[in-house]
Design a binder for this molecule. Sequence first.
Ligand code: MG
Length: 258
Amino acid sequence: MIIKKSSEQIDQMAGAGAVLVKTMNLLAGKVRPGVTTFELDQAAERFIRSQGCEPAFKGYRGFPGSICASPNSMIVHGIPGPYQLERGDIISIDIGVVRDGWVADAARTFPVGPITPIARKLLTVTEESLHLAVQQVRVGNRLGDVSHAIQQHVEAAGFSIVRNLVGHGVGRSMHEEPQIPNYGNPGTGVLLEEGMVLAVEPMVNAGRHTVRMGDDHWAIYSEDGSLAAHFEFTIAVTADGPRILTPWHEASGGRAAA
Ligand code: MG
């Protein structure tokens, strides 16, 4: 069952989203060669708690971190630790914030100093695909319209959609129905209605789409070792169109002219 939210509840979720965005911006200022993913995690947790909020991921199914920090070929679910960022890395940071019982969820992939042209293109295309998806989050559209917008843009650029991982509804729980694949056919799937809130999160490999699980049983990597990017927004379906509840101002790649 898809749990719809009132406009007051969506405002509350936007409050969680605002703290999330501040946390992401804080980490954006800390991403540089030599910083460890554990240091990023500590900074995020301190800030989230200082705002009277909880990190949604901490303890989720036993996850030890407050953020997921996934470098290079790691797609998602990286446990923060001793890994030191290196010049030329890309690092995907996924954050969940709980405020007054409401969850916001968002992710973005940052460059660590100058990166290769292919890495730059991967970040740009993945972020653009998210913005194209946002434009489909409208009353009367179907979930397949959202999924297709991502798939079409990513595959046109020669990259691969990760198929084993999907976006999700979000609300009082981090993972609610529906599941949101990043591939699909327009005009198919769940009809979007006012009050639905979706965590849309393209996960894109520069190489093939297949994945492998890490030894810690959390981290998920591209199977071929190619670079992977991950961008995510929490988005509400409103009568006035899509409302991004985790909006950041500065794009790390290009912004789609949608
Ligand atoms: Mg998510």
